[in-house]
Design a protein around this ligand. Structure first.
Ligand SMILES: Nc1ncnc2c1ncn2[C@@H]1O[C@H](COP(=O)(O)OP(=O)(O)OP(=O)(O)O)[C@@H](O)[C@H]1O
Ligand SMILES: [Mg+2]
Length: 322
């Protein structure tokens, strides 16, 4: 199935969107504190970080909905705040909340966005049918937006954001509250769009979604603390992750006591099923494993993005941005 056309996939290194030194304060809250990154054609860029890291504020600035107090935003070289730049026509934006008219049906919402972007009837019908097929929403055209499941609602919002075939697609937490199957389908769609040359910026607080991005920027307190290709970032992670299964309550107490004696060599302990997920300094991993094996089953686990992020948030991993 052909997808909406976008910029040529040859322009992979061309920045479509540039965010530079954004600072923005809401009252006493510093929401953005030097946010800087770019998104290139053919790239799926993940802006990743916990609640309140500044993701939505950043994408609102990119979409021309917020004027940052400091810094600049450029899309295709133009300023999204300047209506004469025409760049908003190249932008598709799916907000975190309330993007659609809830009392309109799927078909009516699509027609509204078609009219908003002044699509002629033939173009509108072609694109609408294609997007309904891609999102598998075609059988539900009459259903009101407020009667859709969370996943269907997000797919409709995605279809509306794609109707005018943007160069840059911005999706703010598109998978929040979406079931795992729909989540996977949404990410598959995004991969298809970028393969055809579209630049896609997606925000998420799900660390496991980072692995599906071409590049990620890890946001914390209004700026990036790390940026790069997911596999390379995880490969550079210097800590080791252990899954510890104590077996009995007595063993669990022994494990707890052993870990307490390790002090700074243990980075983090989180409950995992019937056991624990323990992050330890890489150089100490073999010694700590041997010690714990006297009272528990211990398995070395491949570190994931979440481990990397938690280590960074605690300011321990090399590569942290100044
Ligand atoms: N309009 C506003 N008025 C006051 N404070 C705001 C406003 N918008 C955002 N903030 C604050 O700015 C900070 C960054 O918010 P932002 O919505 O950008 O975070 P986020 O990374 O998108 O978080 P989430 O993952 O929860 O969506 C937060 O502390 C938030 O409370
Ligand atoms: Mg947000």
């Amino acid at each position: 199935m052909a997808l909406p056309e976008a910029a040529s996939a040859d322009n992979v290194e061309t920045p479509v969107a540039i965010v530079s030194g954004l600072r923005h304060r809401f009252g006493t809250t510093l929401a953005l504190d030097g946010m800087t990154f770019d998104v290139r054609a053919g790239e799926l860029y993940g802006l990743i970080g916990p609640d309140g890291a500044g993701k939505t504020t950043t994408v609102r600035a990119l979409a021309g909905l917020l004027e940052p107090q400091e810094g600049t935003v450029r899309i295709d070289g133009g300023d999204p705040l300047d209506p004469r730049s025409g760049v908003r026509e190249h932008l598709g934006y799916m907000p975190q909340r309330y993007g659609l008219y809830r009392d309109l049906s799927i078909d009516e919402n699509l027609r509204f966005f078609g009219d908003l972007f002044c699509l002629d009837r033939k173009t509108f019908l072609e694109r609408r049918d294609r997007l309904l097929a891609i999102t598998r929403l075609a059988p539900f055209g009459d259903r009101r937006a407020d009667a859709l499941s969370g996943g269907m609602y997000k797919k409709l919002a995605l279809a509306c954001a794609l109707l005018h075939q943007p160069h840059l697609l911005i999706l703010d937490e598109p998978t929040n509250g979406v079931d795992p199957v729909s989540r996977g389908e949404l990410w598959d769609l995004l991969a298809d769009f970028t393969a055809q040359g579209m630049a896609v910026l997606v925000t998420t607080s799900y660390m496991d979604e980072a692995a599906r991005c071409s590049r990620v920027g890890l946001a914390s307190a209004g700026r990036l603390i790390l940026e790069g290709r997911p596999a390379e970032l995880v490969a550079g992670f210097a800590d080791a992750v252990l899954r510890v299964e104590p077996g009995t309550a007595t063993c669990a107490e022994d494990v707890e006591a052993a870990l307490a004696l390790e002090g700074g060599a243990v980075e983090a302990i989180t409950p995992l099923g019937t056991g624990l997920r323990v992050v330890v300094r890489g150089a100490e991993a073999d010694r700590i494993t041997a010690r714990l094996e006297t009272c528990a089953a211990v398995h070395r686990v491949t570190p994931g993005f979440e481990d990397l992020y938690l280590a960074l948030a605690a300011g321990r991993t090399a590569g942290e941005k100044p």
